[in-house]
Design a protein around this ligand. Structure first.
Ligand code: SF4
Length: 360
């Protein structure tokens, strides 16, 4: 077996190298984190950019086996925040110099939904004098819909593949046309072709998942040449089919640690992409997001959804900060980012450097 210190010197990692890095412990694990930190500082600097997160609606047409807001779960209230509330949240982000927003919702494909998002994007651009950058995470849509939203002002799109292993993908989704691995890939390709900064991501610590699967996920992201990544630990939700496998999962702390290693290895492999510090990390460790920022992540997503809706956007259990209004959330994050040794990139879009360099 090679030494981790030798692997870290290589310009390109093989799948076996990545597996070894993901399995590293003690001093070797520290070497991986130190290398990722060094690369982040060289390529990205210590600026962390905000994406004010608006959880527009928890109504979803899909039934992913891991997700708390899946269509078949009747154990919580569905909501759809009003356009007025969306615009109020956007105005808050603009006034607080967040620089960017993320709009996220359950997946709906309909003309009414398409038109609503188009109008909201135009209104947000107008109210912020085009100063707010907009990421959307609104699932699988036709290329025409993606183009329509791009033209209306969205310029980054996050569509998580969840697992790049088709077999594993099919174990965590129902087997039907509404949950197709091939369509997910087609959608990612469309987003890139249209010109979005395109992001994807995976869940870490899923039942049936191996270290080899995770290494393949990193290679998939590299080969697909993504611009951004949002990935986090799998946290089982009691109202979902995957909960049945809870006894087969690795302990939460181990899933947390493996997520940090995935972030670190991805930073080493894809030096200048944007990597989000997922809120799910904080659900396991109160300092989870800060730890991710220290070793490779550079994006954070303060929740600016009105507080009363946050508990009902429950993709996983123990979601943090559901009882804070945006103002409190902001104050807390400022301190957390300073603790992590980073600074806030106020009033900037914080676009993916990788995307910009590809365009040169
Ligand atoms: S993961 Fe997304 S698409 Fe799947 S059920 Fe949850 S909100 Fe819907």
């Amino acid at each position: 077996m090679q030494k981790v210190s030798e692997i870290l010197q290589k310009p390109i990692f093989s799948k076996e190298d990545i597996v070894q890095l993901l399995k590293s412990e003690n001093n070797d694990r520290q070497l991986v984190f130190a290398k990722a930190k060094e690369i982040k500082e060289q390529e990205i600097g210590n600026l962390v950019h905000f994406r004010g997160l608006i959880e527009l609606s928890n109504i979803c047409s899909k039934d992913c086996y891991y997700c708390g807001i899946r269509k078949s779960n009747k154990n919580f209230a569905r909501y759809n925040i009003s356009d007025e509330q969306v615009l109020k949240a956007a105005e808050f982000a603009y006034k607080e110099n967040y620089g960017s927003l993320v709009i996220q919702a359950g997946e709906i494909e309909s003309e009414k939904f398409t038109n609503r998002i188009e109008k909201l994007l135009q209104q947000i651009k107008k109210l912020s004098n085009n100063k707010l950058g907009i990421t959307i995470s609104l699932g699988e849509q036709t290329p025409e819909v993606y183009k329509n939203w791009f033209d209306a002002g969205a310029h980054r799109f996050l569509l998580r593949i969840e697992s790049s292993n088709k077999e594993l993908f099919e174990k965590i989704h129902p087997k039907n046309r509404n949950h197709s691995f091939e369509r997910r890939l087609e959608c990612l390709k469309s987003l890139k072709e249209i010109g979005y900064q395109t992001g994807t991501g995976v869940m870490i610590g899923l039942p049936f998942q191996t270290y080899e699967d995770l290494a393949d996920d990193i290679l998939f992201m590299r080969d697909f040449d993504i611009d951004m990544c949002g990935m986090g630990p799998f946290i089982e939700h009691p109202d979902t089919p995957l909960f049945e496998f809870k006894d087969q999962l690795m302990p939460l702390e181990k899933r947390f640690d493996l997520t940090l290693k995935m972030i670190a290895v991805l930073r080493i492999v894809m030096k200048d992409i944007n990597i989000a510090s997922a809120t799910a990390l904080q659900a396991i460790d109160p300092m989870g997001r800060e730890k991710a920022l220290k070793i490779g992540a550079n994006i954070i997503m303060p929740n600016i959804t009105p507080e009363k809706y946050r508990d009902d956007y429950s993709l996983y259990t123990n979601k943090p900060c559901t009882d804070e209004e945006p103002e409190q959330c902001k104050g807390c994050l400022d301190a957390r980012i300073a603790i992590s040794g980073n600074e806030i990139g106020c009033n900037e879009w914080g676009d993916s450097k990788h995307f910009k360099r590809k365009k040169l």
